[in-house]
Design a protein around this ligand. Sequence first.
Ligand SMILES: [Zn+2]
Length: 206
Amino acid sequence: MPVITLSFGLFEANCHIVHNGRDAVVFDPADDTCLVRDTLAAQGLTLRGVALTHLHADHCLGCAGLTEATGLIPIVGKEDWEDRSLLLCKGMCFGMDLKPFSAIPVSEGRFSWGGLECEALHTPGHSPGSLCYYFAGQGVAITGDVLFYRSVGRSDLPGGNAGQLMESIRSKVYALPDSVLVYPGHGPATSVGEEKAGNSFCPAKA
Ligand SMILES: [Zn+2]
C-alpha cells in the first residue's frame, strides 16, 4: 500500500507516510520523530518532504524534532500559519509538549517531492487553512480533520465554520474519483465513494 499510518498520543492523531517505494512524504508528524524515522528506514524510503493538513497541536508535535533531524521544513496552509498563535495555543491548554517549529505557508496547488506528485486542496471549515492532499498517481487523499470515516471534523474550534466545512467536503473531496482512498487525521481509512454514500454528517447532496 502507498500509505503507512502511525497513530500517536491522547487524541490518536494519525501520521501518514505516503510513498512510491522510494520517495516518501510525511503528513502530520504527530509525535515521536524516532518512530517515523525508524519506519522510513525499515522500508528503505527517502524522506522528501513534510506537510501539515492543519495547524492543531496534536498533529504537529513532531515537527520540531523532524526538522532538526532531517532539515526538512513542513508546509502548512497559509491561513493557519497567519493564525498560528490562536490555533496552537489550544494545544498548550491540554498540556502538550509542543516545541516551536518553522513552517512554509502555502496555498492550494501542485507539489512534487521526488517522484511523488500531489495536489493540495484548500478545504477550510475545521481550521481556516486546512489542506487536503490528493495523490492521483497513488489514488489516495490525506484529509486531516476535514473528513473522517462516517464523520466530519469539528467546526467549533477557533476559525472553524460548519457551512464552510460541508462546502469544502462536497466541492473538493467528493469531487475526487469514488475509488480514491481517504486517510483521515483520526480513525480508520475509507474512500470517497463510501463516504458519499454513507456519511450522514455530510451527505453527497445538501
Ligand atoms: Zn484538528
